[in-house]
Write a protein that binds this ligand. Sequence first.
Ligand code: OGA
Ligand code: MN
Length: 310
Amino acid sequence: MKLSVKPLHALFVAEVSGIDLSAALDNSVLEGIVRASDRYAVLVFRNQHLDDAQQIAFSAHFGPLETSIKQLRPDHRFRLDPQVADISNLDAQGKLLPCADRNRMYGLGDRLWHTDSSFKAIPAKYSLLSARAIPAKGGETQFTDLRAAYDALPEDVRTQIEDLVAEHSILYSRSTIGFTDFSPEERAGLAPVPQKLVRVHPGSQRKTLYLASHAMGIRGMPIPEARLLLTDLMEHATRSQFVYTHRWQLGDLVMWDDRCTMHRARPYDMAQVRDMHRTTVSDVASTLDQLVFPTPLARSKLRGIPKGAK
Ligand code: OGA
Ligand code: MN
């Protein structure tokens, strides 16, 4: 298999072709995908008609998979395997959800800019979303490049935010659109978690903002000041030059790096079916506990080894 990688945006995002994701893939192909992902952060694979088992098998090459937080609700009826997030407007029987249904209201939170699972102590590394049914229009997914957004910040802002730690909570982000229907078990299981506001993306060694609508405060900063800073950063990071809009075709699988991007869903006609299945690969540790491996150049400086010496 020979991978071909074609950029779809000036800063990030590429279409990867020449590959069948349902086939057995050898290490060189998987490494090629990781390399492309490290460079482009969002990879689009077209014409991949995967079933859930095939999507799980492909995703599991990249690390352990998350399971649904809906397991915190014992009464939740799953349509899909708990390793596959149900990003649809369907109930457990595959029928359209009524307009004011809790699951539909909960799902509307995906329309806020976010990165997956930043509200978990160990957040997501990659998300893989496959299009099984799509509406005739609307329902796009937008992505934003948080490494490029970081690079474009003024120097004084970069210095100001370098060591800041944000608190992330999905209860908070849902509350901003008026959704507060969480059980005591969910409230206990989804308490706010700390995440670095600036992190180093391991595969590229580039610094990146790590932001989401889940960010509700900053440690050691008064709440109004923190929220205003977060609002300014969100506004900056979602300026049009950093944004790619994905218009779905049936059979698309989009794999994105949650460590250095945000995304959001766009509206569509809820009388039509939109059925997307997401698998999510966990990161290795909280952003606070991740070791940052210096580049060879930085390492040689640390050790005082002259450049070029072995
Ligand atoms: C997700 C998500 C956006 C969409 O699957 O994590 O936010 O367009 N999806 O459905
Ligand atoms: Mn998401």
